[in-house]
Structure formats: C-alpha cells, structure tokens
Design a protein around this ligand. Structure first.
Ligand SMILES: *[C@@H]1O[C@H](CO)[C@@H](O)[C@H](O)[C@H]1NC(C)=O
Ligand SMILES: *[C@@H]1O[C@H](CO)[C@@H](O)[C@H](O)[C@H]1NC(C)=O
Ligand SMILES: *[C@@H]1O[C@H](CO)[C@@H](O)[C@H](O)[C@H]1NC(C)=O
Ligand SMILES: *[C@@H]1O[C@H](CO)[C@@H](O)[C@H](O)[C@H]1NC(C)=O
Length: 497
C-alpha cells in the first residue's frame, strides 16, 4: 500500500515537472571577473545583467575550475576534471584531445527530453576529430569557433607560425562571410534568430557561449568611448570595459527576443562566467584566472526566471554551488533522468536555488593537477611527508567554510581595478606548501591558518587524497603539428583525424 502511494507520488511529481519542460538559456561569459559587473560595484556598465540578476537569484558561493577547458568540461559533463582527464591546463591548439566522447553531456540529456538544442559561440573542448564537435554531441545546431580564443573581427587564430580561420555554422566555414563583424554582435544576432524561429511548443536549450571578454582586447570604438571619462588615460581598460558592456547589451537583446516571442514566461536563464577574470577584475577577491584563490575559482553567476517563486527573486544565495551541478540540476528541471551519464560529481541544486534550502553539497574539489607541482619541499614544511596527499602537487578543495590549497597556487596578488587607483598588493613570501583559509570569515584570503589548525589541514588533505585516488590519468598528448596545420585544411582549423 505504502509502495503504491509512493509510486503514485513519484508519477505525479514527474508529470508535474515534465509537463513544464522550461526553455533553458545558458549564457556563459569568458573570463568575466568578480568585479566586472555593475552589481559587484564595478564602474563597468552592465545594466541588463544587473537587472536580470536582481530579478533572479544571485549565486554568491559558486565555484568552478580555474581555467576555461576544465570548467566547460565540468558544465557539460557534470563531472570534475580529474574524472574526465582534462585536469591539466586547457586544450592546446594542435593537441589531439577533446572532452572524452564517451561522456554523455548536457545537450544529449536534454534532447532525450525533446529539447531543441542550439549552441552559439566558443567551444574549446577539442575538435581533432569530428566526433568531438558540438554537432556530434547533442547540439542540433552550432555556430561559433572551436579554439580558446580568436580575433573578434576576422575569426582567425594563429599559433605564431600556423594560422587559420575558425568560424563555422555547423560544418560550413563562415569566417570570410563574417569578416569585419564583431563576434559579440554576431552571436547575439544568431541567438535572436534561433529564438524568433523557435516553435514555442518545443522546449528550447540555447547555450550561448560568448567569446567576450577573453583577450585580445577588441571592441567597436563606440563601446570603449563610453569610458573616456570614467576610466581616463587607459585605452586598454576602456576597451576591456567596452567589451563587457557590449556583451551586456547582447544579453539584453537575447532577453528582449525571449520576451517578444513569449518564450520568456516559461524560461530559466542561467548566467555564468567560466572562471575568474584577469588580474584587476576580481577585486577584492584574491588572485585571478588560472590561480586557486577565490579570484580564480569563485565566479559570477545568477539564475533568473519568471518560474522562480517570488520570495527568492531578488535574493543572494550563499549556498555552496559548483559548475558540475548544472547538468543534474537542469536535466532534472527538464523532467529528465540521469541515466547514461558517468558517475556525476554534481548535484541537483534546483531546490537550493528556487527555495533557498541548504545546498546538497558542503564540499567542492577545485582541482588536482599532478603535472603542476613544486620540485622541492620548503625547508621544514610541516606537511612534507603527509601520507594522504603529496603537498607539492597543485590542488585545492573547499569543505564547509575552509579552503585548502597545495602546491603552486598561481598568482596570489590582489589587484585593484585601474580606476580605483591601480595597484597590486603582493602577499608575503610563502614558506610552506599548504595554505588554509576560512573563506567565509575571510573571503579575500588574507589569513593563512595552516599553522594554527593542523587538524583541519590534515582532514582536508585526506579529502584531497581521497579524490586523487579516484582521478583518471591526465590527458595531455603532444601537439600534432603536421596533421593539424590549417594549411592542410584549406586554411581553416579543422578536425584532422
Ligand atoms: C587574421 O586575418 C587578418 C586578415 O587577413 C590578419 O591581418 C590577421 O593577422 C589575422 N590574425 C590572426 C590572429 O591570424
Ligand atoms: C597526513 O594526514 C593524515 C590524514 O589526517 C594523517 O592521518 C596523517 O597522520 C598525516 N601524516 C603526516 C606525516 O602528517
Ligand atoms: C602577479 O601578477 C602581478 C602582475 O602581473 C605581478 O606583479 C606579481 O608579481 C605576480 N605575483 C606573483 C606571486 O607571481
Ligand atoms: C588511496 O588508495 C590507497 C590504495 O587503495 C589507500 O591505501 C589510501 O588509503 C587511499 N588514500 C586516501 C586518502 O583515501
């Protein structure tokens, strides 16, 4: 009897979810720093992002990887990079490497639920063979580029020696067609067209992965000009700010299209960065992209939707969330199951986001990269012979309020934005490999507690050691220069195997 009631409840809650199948719009910014948005006190104007964030739920303890490829792999696979082999840096231009094709990824799971799936923008999860590409991995359509960066107008990229175009709609090379058009504008146009042409009866998944605001610093001058007085005498910073504002305008256009078509009423929009910003964009957080400090791994993110209960709209959510949580969260929101994926590191956090309930996790592994290690222990390093984890190796974890960093941490300076009087504050020279911060009491990581709290250090080392034991070998094949050279592929970066 109890069993029957139980299954009835299950069935009814499933139908409730499945009948809704909201449209899902995931907007990923590239290298957007903590303090690059107006709502974190920037002079950079992001009125659309600010308005969307303030109508939605701002994620305040939201973590991801320190670099682009691992972070994007986490998003699409729901798994830590130590479990996909992408834990070492980013995919190089000529490396025969991609997010392993035996991973079942987010668009594939949403397709199972009947979603139309579109990707616009930057991929950077590998392209050496066609099975790696978005079109072969659950996206109905793709418009964008495969590499990690490109010229915003010419849509080409060079290693210094080898150069080629990198801009496609599905299989068609469209770089020349769009030469001279700024990518943020092109991607906004494309997203708008997808939305306008979309049949509202079908659930939509749009993954809009902006090139902005990755280097190089390029933007139409009218955006940079907005900052002539706000950020005087610094053309680079004016450009940077202009790039952010241009992206903000693009976000506004996408939402306008969603509202215009009526899709908005049944949409969930997630906005996220892929990792921290470059130095100066994360103040007052410490460090930057490619570092294990908060400025590298704690990112800007929010969720906005008319479907959110009004009592959470306009709130700041301080629960611990991670990039890997999106796959289970969004697939469950779409009424799907999690079968067919490899063991997930993410959790369904929809209740946390939509109800403000405690996070399903109290721990995030930030990274373990055994190929980046200090050569020697510091003299008298107290954890030199710890038997749970080799502290020479680059790694970081957060458990509860505490964060432990081992090995080379990346740049740990605090950089203020230029317009606040540009300066770097440099940390004192370190004398041991382990750093421990209470990132709740001390979010800017000023006080290293590793001397005072060996109990916590040991506990966290054991947690990292536990994860290290579950990791797969790093995938880091040598570049295949001769095969990958675009000259062999009509001047276009293309799959070569
Ligand atoms: C892209 O193409 C333009 C025009 O041909 C060229 O001037 C530029 O150097 C190229 N950039 C890269 C990064 O290859
Ligand atoms: C290393 O940490 C583990 C985990 O708590 C602890 O049991 C062990 O005693 C430590 N070893 C050393 C040499 O500090
Ligand atoms: C971090 O980067 C800044 C700016 O490039 C530099 O001045 C500083 O020395 C770097 N700090 C470390 C610890 O490498
Ligand atoms: C890692 O695995 C080894 C071998 O199974 C085991 O002895 C060790 O205790 C494990 N370490 C941790 C920290 O779980």
């Amino acid at each position: 009897m109890l069993g029957a009631i139980h299954s009835l409840l299950l069935v009814s809650s499933c139908t409730l979810v499945s009948s809704s199948r909201p449209h899902i719009i995931f907007i990923l910014a590239d290298d957007l720093g903590w303090s690059d948005v107006g709502y974190h006190g920037s002079v950079i104007k992001t009125p659309n992002i600010d308005a969307l964030a303030s109508e939605g739920v701002k994620l305040d303890n939201y973590y991801m990887s320190l670099l682009c490829t691992p972070s994007r792999g986490q998003l699409l696979s729901g798994r830590y990079e130590i479990h996909t082999g992408l834990q070492h840096r980013t995919i190089d231009m000529m490396q025969p490497l991609c997010l392993p094709i035996d991973e079942t990824i987010l668009p594939q799971k949403l397709k199972e639920r009947g979603y139309a799936t579109h990707m616009v923008g930057k991929w950077h999860l590998g392209f050496y063979r066609k099975e790696c590409l978005p079109n072969y991995r659950g996206f109905d359509t793709f418009m964008g580029f495969y590499q990690g960066m490109a010229d915003y107008y010419y849509h080409n990229i060079s290693t210094g020696i080898y150069h080629g175009w990198d801009f496609r709609r599905n299989n068609d090379v469209i770089a020349q067609k769009y030469a001279g058009q700024y990518s943020t504008h092109v991607f906004a146009d494309e997203a708008q067209i997808i939305i306008m042409k979309h049949n509202p009866e079908v659930p939509l998944f749009l993954f809009l992965s902006f090139q902005a605001i990755h280097l190089p610093l390029q933007v139409p001058s009218r955006y940079a000009d907005m900052y002539k007085t706000l950020i005087p005498n610094n053309a680079d910073r004016q450009k940077y700010a202009g790039m952010v504002t241009c992206m903000d305008e693009a976000v506004g256009r996408v939402v306008t299209a969603l509202k215009h078509t009526g899709l908005w009423e049944n949409s969930v929009l997630v906005f996220s960065t892929d990792n921290g910003g470059i130095l100066g964009g994360n103040w007052p957080l410490r460090g930057s992209k490619a570092s294990l400090y908060e400025g590298g791994v704690r990112g800007v993110g929010f969720v906005t939707s008319p479907l959110l209960p009004s009592r959470v709209r306009g709130t700041v959510n301080r629960e611990l969330l991670h990039m890997t949580d999106w796959l289970p969260t969004l697939v469950r929101l779409a009424g799907g199951d999690l079968m067919g994926t490899k063991p997930l590191d993410g959790y369904n956090q929809w209740e946390t986001i939509s109800q403000g309930t405690p996070s399903v996790r109290d721990e995030v592994l930030l990274t373990i990269d055994p190929l980046i290690a200090k050569a020697h222990h510091f003299k008298d390093d107290p954890y030199a012979d710890n038997d749970s984890f080799n502290v020479l190796i680059r790694a970081a974890i957060r458990v509860g309020d505490w964060k432990l960093i081992t090995g080379p941490p990346g740049n740990g300076s605090w950089g203020t934005p230029v317009e606040f009087g540009f300066k770097y504050l440099h940390p004192p020279k370190r004398t041991h490999s382990v750093q421990l911060y209470n990132v709740v009491a001390d979010p800017n990581e000023r006080n290293d507690y590793s001397h005072d709290r060996p109990d916590i250090v040991r506990f966290l080392l054991a947690r990292i050691g536990h994860y290290y034991n579950t990791s797969v070998p790093v995938l880091d094949p040598s570049q295949e220069i001769l095969l990958a050279d675009p000259a062999r592929h009509g001047g276009v970066w293309s799959p070569w195997r």
